[in-house]
Design a protein around this ligand. Structure first.
Ligand code: SF4
Length: 348
């Protein structure tokens, strides 16, 4: 593994690093013999920086990110952050799911960064690369210190997650929301149980994630849903879309933003292998739909977006009261992305 690459934000956004940021002596490798972490290896590092700038060419609606982990035990087959493991000389398939890098000093680094006179208090987005509330967070507890630092500096932030563990930090989130702009989004692309078990095997069930939406809304923080990814031919039937939007509405989401599956290098190979095993009859259709690259065609994206927006209107999804915090918004996907362009959301 190329440990010197681990904390470089240029790696976060898909470019090769040019400087060693820390040495191999900074790494402690651990395994825990509990059912929850069986087969998972944790690589603890002391990072040199934690606030990463999103390169100017990015289409993302935020400029700064914090990512305390690399790799994700949620193990979504389609996760396009997989490719970032390649920069560490780690496997982008099972390795991404089971070799987890933990930046153990993330809270103290962030607190120092926020106190710097050079920091102007911009919005910080979390959950943009891998899930900051993946299972590892239950053991390492990095997010409480991170949220406390943001709260103490009244620094606006957003979190995108599939992890129910976020409810552990509900009080802290509430405290932060009293002093700054806090936006929480939960990712639920579908509520189909069979699809969930096979394509997102390490994640909490969709209904548990919707419980998170309900709890955050009840707590007065409010929560949007990133309906992502909508998986062509497996999760896009009208009745599936309706069931998903209906459950999102029942959970009290303040917004729903659909996003069609995209298959960037790294994720594409892993997903197509999975598809060939589980749905071999769809392989040709996928090759045609994604013939132009990582994104489904614009006509498909537009149709899907229109369907979801119509359903959202029918079910009355929207802000229930004025003054709710800012939501994470996702721009329309490009049909012809630059393969060297910075990463987007990982469809958490
Ligand atoms: S899509 Fe999100 S939750 Fe799933 S493996 Fe990737 S980072 Fe983790």
């Amino acid at each position: 593994m190329r440990w010197e690459n681990l904390t470089d934000d240029r790696v976060e956004h898909g470019r090769a690093p040019d400087a060693a940021l820390f040495g191999a002596e900074a790494v402690t490798t651990r395994t825990f013999d509990t059912p929850e972490f069986r087969g998972v290896t944790f690589h603890e590092i002391r990072a040199r920086s934690i606030v990463n700038r999103v390169p100017g060419a990015s289409r993302m609606p935020f400029e700064w990110t914090v990512n305390p982990y690399r790799g994700c035990t949620h193990a979504c087959v389609y996760c396009f952050a997989r490719n970032t493991h390649r920069y560490l000389d780690l496997d982008t398939g099972l390795g991404f799911d089971s070799q987890i890098v933990v930046k153990v000093n993330a809270p103290e680094l962030l607190r120092r960064h926020l106190a710097s006179r050079r920091w102007s208090g911009d919005h910080i987005a979390m959950g943009t690369n891998v899930d900051c509330y993946q299972r590892a967070e239950g053991r390492y507890r990095l997010m409480p210190g991170i949220i406390e630092a943001l709260r103490d500096h009244a620094n606006p932030f957003s979190i995108l997650t599939k992890g129910t563990l976020i409810l552990r930090d509900l009080d802290l989130l509430r405290q932060a929301a009293e002093v700054t702009d806090v936006g929480i989004s939960v990712s639920v692309g579908f509520v189909d149980q069979e699809l969930w078990r096979t394509v997102e095997p390490g994640t909490p069930a969709p209904e548990r994630r919707l419980d998170v939406v309900r709890a955050l809304t009840d707590a007065g923080i409010g929560c949007g849903v990133l309906m992502a990814p909508v998986i062509p031919f497996l999760g896009d039937r009208p009745e599936q879309l309706r069931a998903t939007v209906r459950e999102i509405a029942r959970a009290g989401a303040t917004s729903v933003t659909p996003l069609v599956l995209h298959l960037r290098p790294g994720a594409r190979e892993w997903f197509m292998t999975w598809l060939a095993q589980h749905h071999p009859h769809l392989v040709r259709r996928y090759e045609r739909l994604y013939a132009e690259g990582a994104y489904a065609p614009k006509w498909y994206q537009r149709r899907l977006t229109r369907q979801v927006h119509e359903l959202a209107e029918e079910y009355g999804i929207g802000p229930s009261r004025p003054g709710l915090p800012r939501r994470l918004r996702v721009p329309e996907q490009s049909p012809a992305p630059d393969p060297a362009a910075p990463t987007q959301l990982t469809l958490l």
